[in-house]
Unconditional design. Sequence first.
Lengths: 284, 256
Amino acid sequence: MRRAGPGRDRAQARDARLRVALPLVVCIAGLLAWEAYVRLAAVPPYILPAPTLIAATLVTDRHILLASWLVTLETALLGLGLAVLGGVALAVALSLSRIVEYAVYPLAVALQVTPVVAVAPLLLIYLPESVAVLACAFVVAFFPILSNTMLGLQSVDRNLLELFALYGQPVGRSTAAARFRARAKALWHLRRPAALPSFLAGLRIAGGLSLIGAVVAEMAAGSAGASSGLAYRIIESQYRLNIPRLFAALVLLITTGILIYLLTSAVSHRLLRRWHPSALTPER
Amino acid sequence: MPPLVSLSGVAKTFANGLKALDGIDLDIARGEFLSLLGPSGCGKSTALRIIAGLTPPTAGTVAWSDAPDGDHRGEIGFVFQEPTLMPWADVAGNVGLPLRLRGQSRREAWPRIEESLERVGLREFAHAYPGELSGGMSMRVSIARALSLRPKLLLMDEPFAALDEITRFRLNDDLLRLHRELGCTVVFVTHSVFESVYLSHRIAVMTPRPGRIAATLAVDPAQRRDEAFRSSAQYASLCGKASRALADASGPGRPS
């Protein structure tokens, strides 16, 4: 049994504080050095704005930036959501039927290796712009979910599968419907929980990728874009040499990426904390 | 009384041409504790899997004396070499799995789950997770799961091979107690001469490649199995007999 003594708790709390404090210290030191350099070398803001100026721009341009941020965030999250639905549904279909797997999986791989930057212009021709951008976010986030979920669905203890054969499967009347029911049962009781850790690993990758997909597609749409996401603001700021705003938009993008990562990590930890080695703190 | 299960002429050849079993004739009597003793790779586990219906024999038959055509899998409890627990489910979830697969809800299954856990002495661990258990406790959970359907026939595939000796002795005694209490039939696969003599009413010694039954040894079922038996001259002589039978079965010049 795991035991938690008071000494162990204290050590853990210290460890947790360090994990938050250390990156913050490094980050603040970097920002101070940046600020000092810009001021001492008198770098003009259209070359490199100081962190304080970027922060001020974030406040003064908040209406424009916030609207753009919401557009990009919506695209990324919607793309991620669709990728989860599509990726999991396809992974389940592939694991239930070998025929479907042979027929579809290579296509999914082809989709994965096609650079999304190269596809974005085509999508922009065929689809309305907002849908095309969403499609890009979906396409890049889709594959990690699919492949990780499939891997998880297949990595079930063989003995556990035998146990299912012993207790779960109908004998004698081996009709196609009965076999399918047995497979569905094993899918629900065995493959679904076994696949959860891999699926969540895929989700963490896909979360970041969906944001990248959204940004890439917005960039491809460029200034022609009617709906103006953060990537559009970045390009616009570049044309206008409004470099502080460009940096401000970049800061928002990075923050969004980190938030998505933290969110997916939290979901993962919450679902796995009782049993998966990745979520259990090691005994020392 | 007719035997519970009879194997006649059972043979198994794998797709790669390996002949695992050849001409196994074996009657499993009601209520007996039968050990299959043999070196690793002699097809003991394959024989067990054939009895369980997990894999079909290439020749021969496995016949249950009552309802020969029926589905007997609900009457079988199977214990693997590893505990084979679902890490994501708590102990109660693992023990109740066979019941859940037979369509019972957790609430319906609960009395049986508690009963099974009680039998292996793990009642207060119903909500622990497998990752929190020791090797011996995990194996107890695995046995409790096998008992949850109240099987007539308990099949065990070297269940204690990976455990330390102290834990193994304790589980041996618990298994004997369960066998007495439940009156079920046990087929126990092992490569340990000492374990087989300590536990069994009857020991079937098997030859390797292909697996055949070379000899059968009887141990008085009325014999009390305890520490005194373990250190008795009778136990030593039975172990000596079983060891010789095993050596003969493995044969001189056979690679081990």
